[in-house]
Design a protein around this ligand. Structure first.
Ligand code: ATP
Ligand code: MG
Length: 352
């Protein structure tokens, strides 16, 4: 005979997909009514308009429908009040989201130099990984000059979740966070100095509900400043991808970044040389616009493989400007992805 306890037992086996705790444990079950074979339940979402509401509703429906004697299931959704949320999760505090996140690998994309294509490489790698079915996030650690929102065509604001802010989702499901999503206006400059920038980066890690990720790629600002150091010291970075271009200056400055990575003892997974050459559309001939490659020397200094040499491609620039990085197709990308995955350390350092 169907009764309330059986429904509650079934709901105790349904987990909130983000918080990985059961709905009963999270005190989300508000009401259960049984009339004959009809079960009617009310579930309080942790926040109004929770983006996971359809999944939660469907999981509840499936769990109850599987009980013997159930003929009809009605699911009503409501939302917790601020007080109820506080009673459950405590006062909002810094870093609270981190305990609910499961990020397997954190990879920072770095270069000593500006404008070499760090954000591009971050976006291309994220897209390639997502296409392969990996769960991917991108943390834009370029607080004062964020370009990730533009590349993915994303705009804030972000929505609060029960224990932190929710990242935005790109067209192909990549979770993205950038300081720009938290500003009142996209054009508003962030004029902070080092310590505040460092704090903002650690907050984009610990106060964001990343959920379960296979890869979190961190797009670093140019240079070897506080922001890069904070990222490497306060985030559980497993490895670094170094981006360079064929210019001698780039190679020289990138070597500084290599030494910084070595000083903080984070492995360099590989080197990507961007803008390596240009293929003339009329003749198909390769032109080395920035001169001969220095990628081999940089890779040698880094003690890491050369993952790819990417061409200067008008299609790339056009897609970046249009917020369509996920549509970029370059012949080099599959090999880049393969080399990147191979370069990942076997022993995964799990976030603390
Ligand atoms: N291989 C390429 N082909 C064509 N355009 C490119 C290529 N790489 C980069 N670009 C263009 O150059 C711009 C700058 O690249 P990107 O923002 O990735 O550099 P960055 O190193 O992240 O710069 P910053 O130091 O400012 O963060 C891109 O938006 C894109 O338009
Ligand atoms: Mg950038």
């Amino acid at each position: 005979m169907l009764d309330k306890d059986k429904v509650l037992e079934a709901l105790a086996r349904v987990n909130d997909p983000e918080l990985h705790r059961s709905l009963t444990d999270l005190k989300m079950v508000r009401d259960v009514q049984i009339r004959g074979g009809k079960a009617e339940v009310t579930i309080a979402l942790t926040v109004p308009n929770c983006p996971l509401k359809d999944q939660i509703e469907s999981d509840v429906r499936v769990a109850i429908a599987a009980l013997p004697g159930v003929e009809q299931v009605f699911v009503h959704l409501t939302a917790m009040t601020d007080e109820e949320r506080k009673a459950l999760f405590g006062e909002p505090k810094e870093g609270a989201a981190a305990q609910y996140n499961h990020v397997n690998r954190v990879v920072a994309v770095m270069s000593g130099k500006g404008g070499v294509g760090k954000s591009l490489v971050t976006g291309l790698l994220a897209t390639a990984l997502a296409r392969e079915g990996y769960r991917v996030g991108v943390l834009d650690a370029d607080i004062t000059g964020p370009s990730i929102p533009m590349l993915f065509g994303l705009q804030g604001p972000v929505e609060p979740g029960p224990v932190g802010i929710r990242p935005l989702q790109s067209q192909t499901g990549i979770k993205v966070i950038s300081m720009n999503f938290l500003l009142a206006s996209e054009d508003q400059p962030v004029i902070w100095r080092g310590p505040l920038i460092g704090k903002a980066i650690t907050q984009l890690w610990g106060d964001v509900m990343w959920g379960d990720l296979d890869y979190l790629l961190v797009d670093l600002p140019p240079g070897t400043s506080d922001a890069s150091l904070t990222t490497m010291q306060s985030l559980p970075v497993n490895g670094i991808v170094m981006v360079t271009t064929p210019q001698s200056l780039a190679a020289m400055v990138v070597r500084k970044a290599v030494h910084m990575a070595q000083a903080v003892k984070i492995p360099i997974l590989g080197v990507v040389e961007n803008m390596a050459y240009f293929v003339c559309p009329d003749t198909g001939k390769q032109h080395f616009i920035f001169g001969p490659s220095h990628a081999g020397e940089v890779a040698l200094t880094a003690g890491a493989p050369l993952l790819a040499q990417l061409p200067i491609a008008p299609q790339v620039a056009a897609c970046c400007d249009a917020g369509e990085i996920e549509s970029v197709t370059l012949a080099e990308i599959p090999a880049l992805l393969k080399a990147f995955i191979q370069a990942m350390p076997v022993t995964e350092r799990r976030p603390t």
